[in-house]
Structure formats: C-alpha cells, structure tokens
Design a protein around this ligand. Structure first.
Ligand code: BGC
Length: 521
C-alpha cells in the first residue's frame, strides 16, 4: 500500500525548542494576516444580495431578480458585471503574489505583510466611499493586491517561525483567521443589511479597514524569521533571535541547517526558472495541484454565494444571511479541530477523511436540490424540513473542508519547499489558488444556471480525484523539520525517482540511510 510516508517525529532530527510564549504570541499576531482574506470572502456574497446595493450599482440584476420570482430560480442572479465585482479581486491578488516573491525573498517576509495591510486598507477606503461601479472595481483591485502580498508571506512566516512539532497547529492559525474573518463579515452583513436608508453596504465594505490595520500594525511589531535573516546576510542576529524564539540556548544544529539551506539558496540566481528543474518536480506539482484541488472542492460556492444559494433554494433574504452565519460558525469551529489534530493525526488522515465527508454531503445536497427543483428550477412550495436538511448537509460539508483542504491547502505548500525556491514556489501556490478562486467566482452563477443541481456533482467528481491523488502522491509531513523536508520525497515510492542523492547537501542523505527506508511504498 503506498501509504505515503512513515516518517514520524523522532526518526529524523529533533531540534531542541519549546512552544515559548514568544513564538506563540508572534504566530498569533502574524496569523491575523488571514483576517483580510476572510473578511473579504465573507463580505462580498452578502453585499451582493442587499437590495440598495444592487439597485445603485447593478440595476439590471435587481430588475431581473424582481421580475423572475416565479420562473427559473437557478438563473436569477446570473450577471457578468456582478460576478466581475466579486472576482476582479482575485486577478489582482494573482499579480501581487508574483511581485511578492521577490520582496519576500530579498527584503523579508515582514515587508510583504506590511504592503498587504496598506494596500488592503486603501481598497477598503475606496470601496466604503464608492459612488460608481468603477470605484467598486478599483477598490477590489487594491484589496486583491493586499491579499496577494499577505497570502504569499504569512503562511511562510508561520511555518518558518514555528517549532517543527507544532508547525501544523501554529500555521493553521492563518486559516483560523480566514474563517473568523468570514464569520465576522457574515454577522456584520446580517446587521448592516437592516440599516434604514440602505447605506449598510458602505459599512460592510469600509469595515475591511479594521483587519487591514491589524495586519499593518502586526507587521511593524513582529520579528523577522531567522531563515529570512540568514538569507539576507544577518547570520549573527539570526542566531540570537533563534535562541529567543526556541527558548533554549542549544540551537546550533538548527542554526547550522538554516545556514546550509541559505548557502544552497544563494547558489540559485533565478528561482523561477529553477522551479522547472527535475529535482523540484514534486514541489512544483504540489504548488500547482494543492491550490487547484482546494478550489475544486467547490467551497467558495458556499463562501461567496451562501446567501444567494440559500435564497435560491427558497429562504427569504434575512434567513439566507442567517444561514450563511451558521455555516460561518461551523467553519470556525471545525478549523479548531484541525489545529488540535494536525500534528497528532497528520495531514494525510485529515485530507482523506475530509474528502469522504465532503463527497457524501455533495451527493446528498445534489439529490435534495434535484428532487425539488428538478431541471426547471421551479420548486413550488418548499417545506421547512427540506430547507433544514439542505443547510445541515451544507454545514457538514463545510466542516469537512474546514479541517482538511482549507487549512492544509495553505499549510502543506508552506512547509515543503526548500529555501532556495520557497518564496517563488509559494507565489505559484497563491497565484494558482487565485486563478481558480477567480474562475469559480466568475462562472459559478452561470454554472448554477446551466448545470443546475449537477453543479454539486461536478465538484464531487473533483473531490474523488483529489482524494485519490493524496492517497498515492502526498507524503506525510507532520513532525519533519522544514529544512529537512527532502527526506519525505526521497523515501516516497513515486517521487524518489526525481530526487538524487547529490541534490541535497543538507544532511538529508544521512537520515535516509539511517533507517527511514522505503516504509512508505
Ligand atoms: C480558501 C478560501 C476559502 C476559505 C474558506 C481558504 O483556505 O483558500 O478560498 O474561501 O478557505 O474558509
């Protein structure tokens, strides 16, 4: 059975180091970088169901929705301009993530976070005061640029900072912030939508300034990671910092490995073209496929469009926003489960369990919607129990995502790249994530209109494919120090053919000879 890996903690190097208050607080502050991404994901869906917002900026969508009450419910929101509003952000984020590769590598992780916060702040300001569609789009482009910088740098920062035994949990703080951001946004939408005078959407959009300030201030007070300091020629300061972060004096072994990784990194002049070398094939494959699969779970259909979706299946406007709040709570709580379990049960277990759970729920939701709406999209009267069943299964689906592909889609890429390609590969990860987030956001309403309930089966198909991929091709990475990660490829039944002994001067060789063996074949 190709179980992926059998390397547990204790088999490889064991750097001394504790979960110090210093590293914990540092990681919590840095993880808050996820708030801006989450806030934005949660806010757009709700705002685009607010009547005054639609009437002001997208009157044609409003008219169609009003006129459409008794006809095909699948198609009532189908509008290119409206989806462009949601998805323009993701294209901007893609561009920024590429620029962030150089800044993160040459100037440090912190500076990319700072840019992220400032750009996001500017975007929130423009959106809160928007008078015309072009201002909305400009605002969203600025927000997107901010997200590109933050998502590129924050996960790397966390994975470098954390003691390796707790890396999973600390890194998932980022995803936890994303989910908290989504939830807060959903709750705010619920209340702001009720504001008389119809300007609540301005508060929703302008409210993004708050998470922007948090990451901006955070980036100013956080220390840089030792890995990045060494990479930028500050070795002695890095040693002192490493002692403080780990809470022990004996950091020599880890420090030496960081310096070795940095030396290897200096030999690489063109990280982008380097990524194409054969020995980086496993890394490149993961940098592309993990974010691709994460988006093809279909999660953002729920995240962006939960109110729209619930509205479509017969909830009133208020009930729709409320249901989105419920899925938001499930999302946060289930992410905590993964913080608890990721360094105990491992990444592969969570990926596979989450996959099965999502698959079952997608099939049930498709069957429920298909049974009532058929292909005409005309449900007649919907009984209450029916709506409850749909929301329940959507919640179980969200929980499955929230302890698997959600956090792991950010964690695993941030921990598997060697330093010399880390920043560039992480940019590929973010860029691919954004392209497919964009595609899902852009085509979802049209797909719902054409594929109807089959849309859920479409994503279910991808969940099967990604689970098979994880089973055969994704090695376990729990409990392996980040600069020692190459051992997991060397001892993998498939990826070992791409990795050659002389590729890794960092001591991995010794380890793989020292009995790790091909347990995982
Ligand atoms: C994904 C987002 C998604 C969110 C939901 C993140 O990991 O990248 O696309 O909306 O999780 O919690």
């Amino acid at each position: 059975m190709p179980a992926g890996v059998g390397i547990g903690p204790g088999n490889g190097k064991a750097y001394p180091g504790n979960l110090t208050p210093f590293v914990t607080v540092t990681c919590i502050v840095a993880a808050m970088g996820g708030l801006i991404f989450g806030y934005d994901i949660g806010i757009s869906g709700g705002v685009t169901t607010m009547a005054p917002f639609l009437q002001k900026f997208f009157p044609e969508v409003w008219d169609k929705k009003e006129a459409n009450k008794s006809t095909n419910q699948y198609c009532q929101y189908d509008s290119e301009t409206l989806t462009l509003f949601t998805s323009s952000l993701y294209l901007a984020a893609l561009v920024a993530s590429v620029a962030a590769a150089t800044i993160t590598r040459k100037l440090g992780r912190k500076l990319s976070m700072l840019f992220g916060g400032l750009l996001f702040f500017a975007g929130a300001l423009v959106n809160g005061f928007a008078k015309a569609v072009w201002m909305l789009i400009l605002g969203r482009i600025l927000l997107g640029l901010g997200i590109g910088f933050a998502n590129q740098s924050v996960p790397l920062y966390l994975s470098e900072m954390a003691p390796y035994r707790y890396r999973g949990s600390l890194n998932i703080g980022f995803q936890l912030s994303i989910t908290v951001g989504i939830l807060v946004a959903n709750v705010l939408n619920f209340f702001f939508a009720k504001i008389k005078g119809g300007w609540g959407w301005r508060l929703s959009l302008g409210g993004a300034m708050v998470p922007a300030l948090i990451i901006t201030i955070g980036s100013l007070v956080l220390p840089d990671t030792p890995n990045s300091m060494i990479e930028r020629g500050q070795a002695e300061e890095a040693r002192t910092k490493l002692k403080k972060i780990r809470g022990v004096d004996d950091v020599e072994e880890e420090f030496k490995d960081l310096v070795a990784a940095s030396d290897a990194s200096k030999l690489v002049e063109h990280p982008w073209t380097n990524l194409l070398q054969r020995k980086y094939r496993p890394h490149l494959t993961m940098a592309v496929l993990i974010p691709f699969f994460q988006q093809f779970t279909g999660i953002n259909v729920i995240m962006f469009y939960a109110p729209v979706l619930f509205n479509t299946i017969g909830f009133g406007d208020d009930a729709s926003l409320m249901s989105a709040v419920i899925t938001g709570i499930v999302n946060v709580v289930a992410t905590m489960v993964s913080i608890y379990g990721v360094d105990k049960w491992g990444r592969r277990f969570l990926f596979l369990e989450g996959g099965v759970q999502m698959l079952i729920c997608q099939a049930v939701v498709a069957a429920c919607i298909g049974a009532k709406f058929g292909t005409s999209g005309n449900p007649g009267d919907l009984p209450k129990w029916y709506a409850i069943v749909v929301v329940l299964f959507i919640c179980v689906y969200v929980a499955g995502f929230a302890w698997s592909w959600g956090p792991l889609g950010w964690l695993v890429p941030s921990e598997i790249f060697p330093l010399e390609i880390r920043s560039a590969a992480q940019s590929v990860n973010v860029a691919v994530n954004m392209i497919f987030t964009f595609l899902v956001a852009q085509v979802f309403l049209t797909m719902l209109c054409h594929m109807k309930f089959g849309l859920f089966l479409f994503f279910a198909f991808f969940v099967v494919v990604m689970s098979i991929f994880v089973y055969f091709f994704l090695p376990e990475t729990k409990g392996i120090p980040i600069e020692e990660m190459n051992q997991v490829w060397k001892s993998h039944w498939y990826w070992s053919r791409f990795v050659e002994d002389h590729d890794y001067p960092n001591g991995d060789m010794e380890m793989s000879k020292g009995g790790l063996g091909p347990k995982n074949v």
